[in-house]
Ligand binder design. Structure first.
Ligand code: SF4
Length: 476
């Protein structure tokens, strides 16, 4: 409930008077991490966020999330520009940058939040909010389908949103806004929306989604406006240009042209394919080409999937991970697995697991029991999980990992098609197989590990799919 100035926030008041002492305290320890900064900030009554920002000026190496350099309001990028720093940027797990950057350059506004903001806004903001509401309602009335894509952000709507942001900025110059957090969030979201709408181009789409609650009065239905980024390349390219060099690491940055196009890498980018330390003999890769995991074939697929898992477990008891494309599919496989093979211990990922629940899921692999843990592909357990040796001896991947086909993804596919001529590959196939390879990568973590991966779907027979699997795999 504070604004970042001395009149509103006690941790901003006199910040520079106490900064030297706080900085010295933070730098006194052997490690400058989040806890150290927080402790030093609290001990000297300064804001921990701004102290961290000040400390970045004194650091040779800063380790942080992508957003500190690539977001539209990235602090490290801004400091680089202001101070003319010569920086080298290392991007770890760079295959994740595409999705992350899309989210950074996407902004959505929900009309329900506008209604709340109207109720609590100071009188000076009422008129701009009402004007935005009118333009928004006009669009809502004109739209007949629940989801529609527009060629551009409608001018009148954008102008009303700009007018609101102007009024908020004027108001902030006078005094901190005394409004609740929900309304403040709406104003921040509106600023982000306007900034992206002003840069709208063929890298993004503008869409409006109406909820179709037939019982709600028309003026109470939810209406969400979204400037949705599809190709972050134009936003990221200036960030590479501002760095002296950018090095991206990934086990799955393939095919090159897909990442070069979508991430906006320069034509003369050097690609270095480093041979992995693993031998083909360490990993048996088998294709169950007699099963289709397509949505329409789900019912028929359950039995052969469960049989294959049970057969493998009986032949070689140990710990396995089974990946499915959705929780619904996962629950059906798990139910049949329990019914047909009650002697095989199974455990399953659940939606929205907290850290403790995630740790408990993984602890079962590290204990003395054996069994099969089921998880959703692309979720918390398909990346960044290290289960070495006997902790994990195999994986079943009963999906091609393709993103769900829905109106938004289909529109993104069309945008990719128009730009690169490979809509299906860029929107579905490449991201899907990247997830499959990441998940399969959980099995072999060291040069001594051995294991088996079952790729379950007839499409794994296709050459265009096989080409996307790591070269060192020998698919049987
Ligand atoms: S970010 Fe820091 S200065 Fe701003 S309100 Fe929070 S504590 Fe105060």
């Amino acid at each position: 409930d504070k604004a970042c100035n001395g009149e509103s926030c006690p941790l901003a008041r006199g910040f520079y008077d106490r900064l030297d002492a706080a900085r010295s305290a933070a730098l006194a320890g052997p490690r400058l991490d989040r806890a150290t900064v927080r402790e030093a900030a609290l001990a000297h009554d300064v804001c921990p966020y701004y102290l961290a920002q000040e400390l970045a000026r004194w650091a040779d190496v800063v380790v942080g999330d992508y957003n500190y350099y690539y977001d539209s309001s990235a602090m490290l990028y801004a400091l680089t520009q202001i101070n003319q720093w010569r920086v080298g940027v290392l991007v770890d797990e760079a295959h994740n940058l595409l999705d992350r950057a899309r989210r950074m350059y996407t902004a959505s506004l929900d009309q329900a939040a506008l209604r709340l903001a109207r109720n609590t806004a100071p009188p000076t903001l009422r008129k701009p909010l009402e004007r935005l509401q009118r333009e928004w309602n006009a669009l809502k009335r004109a739209q007949t389908a629940s989801y529609e894509v527009y060629a551009d952000v409608p001018g009148k709507l954008l102008s009303a949103a700009q007018n609101l942001i102007g009024a908020v900025t004027d108001q902030l110059a006078e005094a901190p806004l005394s409004i609740d957090q929900t309304s403040l969030r709406f104003f921040f979201d509106a600023m982000h929306f306007v900034a992206l709408a002003e840069q709208f181009g063929e890298h993004s789409i503008f869409d409006i989604t109406l909820t179709t609650d037939r019982h709600a009065p028309r003026d109470k239905t939810s209406c969400v406006l979204c400037v949705r980024n599809v190709i972050p390349a134009p936003f990221l390219a200036p960030r590479y240009a501002a760095a002296r060099t950018t090095v991206m690491f990934s086990g799955t940055l393939s095919p090159h042209h897909f990442y070069r196009d979508t991430l906006g890498l320069a034509e003369d980018t050097s690609w270095l394919d480093v041979e992995g330390p693993f031998r083909a003999e360490q990993l048996q890769v088998r294709v169950a080409g007699n099963v289709s995991t397509r949505w329409r074939d789900r019912d028929r697929s359950l039995e052969p999937i469960v049989e294959l898992i049970a057969r493998q477990y009986t032949a070689q008891p140990g710990n396995y991970l089974g990946f499915l494309s959705s929780f619904e599919y996962l629950q059906r496989v798990v139910a049949l697995m329990r019914e047909r093979n009650p002697d095989v211990p199974v455990w399953a990922q659940e939606p929205g697991m907290d850290e403790a629940a995630r740790d408990a899921f993984l602890a079962r692999f590290r204990g003395t029991d054996q069994g099969v843990g089921f998880a959703v592909l692309g979720g918390a357990f398909s990346e960044g999980v290290d289960l070495v040796g006997q902790q994990l001896i195999g994986a079943f991947i009963a999906t091609l990992g393709l993103p769900q086909m829905n109106e938004v993804n289909e529109q993104m596919r069309r945008t990719m098609e128009a730009r690169f001529g490979s809509g299906y590959e860029y929107m579905y196939l490449y991201p899907g197989l990247q997830k499959v390879v990441q998940a399969a990568g959980r099995v072999i973590r060291t040069e001594h590990d051995e294991g088996v991966v079952h790729l379950i779907d007839d499409r794994y027979r296709r050459p265009e799919v096989r080409r996307l699997l790591p070269r060192w795999w020998q698919v049987q």
